[in-house]
Design a protein around this ligand. Sequence first.
Ligand code: BEZ
Length: 395
Amino acid sequence: MTTRRLVLSRSAAIVGAASTGLLLPQIVRAQSNRIRVGFMLPYTGTYAALGVAIENGVRMAISEKGGKLGGREIEWFKVDDESEPAKGVENANRLVQRDKVDVLIGTVHSGVQMGIQKVARESGVLSIIPNAGVHAATRALCAPNVFRTSFTNSQPTLALGKPMFDKGIKRAVWITHKYAAGDEAFEGFRDSFTKAGGTVVKELGLPFPQVEFQALLTEIASIKPDAVACFFAGGAAAKFMRDYAAAGLKDRIPLWGSGFLTEGVLDAAGPAAEGVMTTLHYSDSLDTPRNRQFRTAYATNFKMQPDVYSVQGYDAGQLLVQGVAAVKGDIAAKQALYKAMESAVIDSPRGKWSMSKAHNPVQDMYLRVVEKKENKVLGIAAKALADSGAGCKMA
Ligand code: BEZ
């Protein structure tokens, strides 16, 4: 066959394949010119509602800006990570290797995040963390292509110890799900509470995602601390507050926590949540035009109330919109893209925030109390709090 005939017959084959829908995935991608965005989030298990809230927030931020990124249409992909650390690498590779996403948005659970972090560092794919607070992601294992729009696990609890001590609490018990999120939240609590003058008299824990709290509550009753501080989130948080009240502890030993305790669960927890005090980088009742507009739009769109997870997803969407707009849709222009994302100031419902050098939000922490099924803000517990970024070579 002559060269010309070969070329012609190949072109004919491509046209034929196109008309029968058999084009290679790369060719389809080049033609469709879409940006491929993958969600790796929990859609089942104790953190399922958190995954939904994050996805809603991302989609809302992008749709408010016209539904495109840098003028390009979006193709969406989704993987349910089940909050299962053992499947973290495999699930991240489904999006990165199989679906060839341009950006991976995930996840909630710190253990699963370590799998994403490995894949992100090895593949160089742009990765936005919309919740998981594991320290390593923006400390020793930080990377130019990884950005977080949420918090590090010790950020909320670094703001917790002083207000507790100031309320006259001198002896506290700590209780948590035993994995990176709870252990690192404890670091923040221990450091801030002991620095203020308090003593942690006992550390209690149970494996994630177990929710059999009875034996631990009996132990708390026998210790009789001035207060309990904790880290629980999602369905487990609602059950913990209900069990705490049912065990007769609510009126005897005040319950405090990292603010995830009362996020997205106030209906499920009912009266057991009333009066619980927490610290977090968001509060439902923040009385700003930005927060009011966000809450109204979210409730209208999704027929449910937003929470901190919706806000973190919304800010992930805002960050992506700003970054891709700065490179006019050319997501392959990585240096310029990362520079734009690093210098972004996010006009968030939580208040404006910027990125630390290690790519983690520098943000205010609010002191809150649950009142009439709302996380009511009492004040700022820590202003412009930055994580240390210890061990991050970019910082
Ligand atoms: C975490 O695993 O990092 C996490 C999960 C839920 C709420 C906050 C942190």
